[in-house]
Write a protein that binds this ligand. Structure first.
Ligand code: G3H
Ligand code: PYR
Length: 213
């Protein structure tokens, strides 16, 4: 399975903010145990690159890098073992860099202009961030009329309370969020709780998918 297929299979992309790479191994184990072996490790902390390197050693995990704003960050993320790149906004430079290297890239796109750029560059999946403040599931549905070739990864303001609205849409490849990997639980090393939250999120996502089919 390629990255897109693996992400589509779990329907969730946990967004990780990790302050201390010493927590990375335990976090990866907790996520795999919870049945959610995908992580977008954000470049919002200096520990991100090391955390990606450590989490990638867990054979069950699919680890990507998030909050990639520059080509230099994308290079560092790939050198650290990231298998996909995510950005909150749309950078042609970052997208082109990833495409040249054959690395899956999911840039943020919340306007028709961003989405047109994504289509021009040959992308089929974009991040929709921040999802809730940009019109939520209703906006994705509206954009899908002219942009039928795109699939979306909504993130930002989504939790177990509104996941169903997004997973009800066939255009949604997967939903990103941090509710199952809260920053504080990672910092405190509360890995059993993270496993529980991951398990609950997976069960809920499967429930939403069943309702759709
Ligand atoms: O900055 C936001 C994160 O990327 C994910 O959003 P969230 O914390 O609302 O789940
Ligand atoms: C939110 C987001 O897309 C990112 O940090 O990459």
């Amino acid at each position: 399975m390629n990255v897109e297929e693996r992400v589509a299979r779990v329907k969730l992309v946990p967004v990780v903010v990790i302050e201390d790479a010493a927590r990375a191994e335990g976090l990866a184990e907790a996520m795999v145990a919870g049945g959610l072996p995908v992580a977008e490790v954000t470049f919002r902390t200096p520990a991100a690159a090391d955390a990606i390197r450590i989490m990638s050693r867990n054979a069950g995990m699919l680890v990507g890098a998030g909050t990639i704003l520059t080509v230099a960050q994308a290079e560092l993320a790939l050198d650290s073992g990231a298998q996909f790149i995510v950005s909150p906004g749309f950078s042609r430079e970052v997208v082109s860099f990833c495409l040249e290297r054959g690395i899956p890239v999911f840039p943020g796109a919340t306007s028709a202009t961003d989405m047109t750029a994504a289509v021009e560059l040959g992308l089929s999946v974009v991040k929709f961030f921040p999802a809730e403040t940009n019109g939520g599931a209703a906006a994705i549905k509206a954009y899908s009329a002219p942009f039928g070739q795109l699939r979306f990864m909504p993130t930002g303001g989504i939790s177990d309370k509104n996941l169903d609205q997004y997973l009800a849409l066939p255009q949604v490849l997967a939903v990103g969020g941090s509710w199952m990997v809260p920053q504080k639980l990672i910092a405190d090393g509360e890995f059993d709780r993270i496993t529980e939250l991951c398990r609950e999120a997976v069960a809920l996502a499967n429930e939403c998918r069943k309702e759709r089919t």
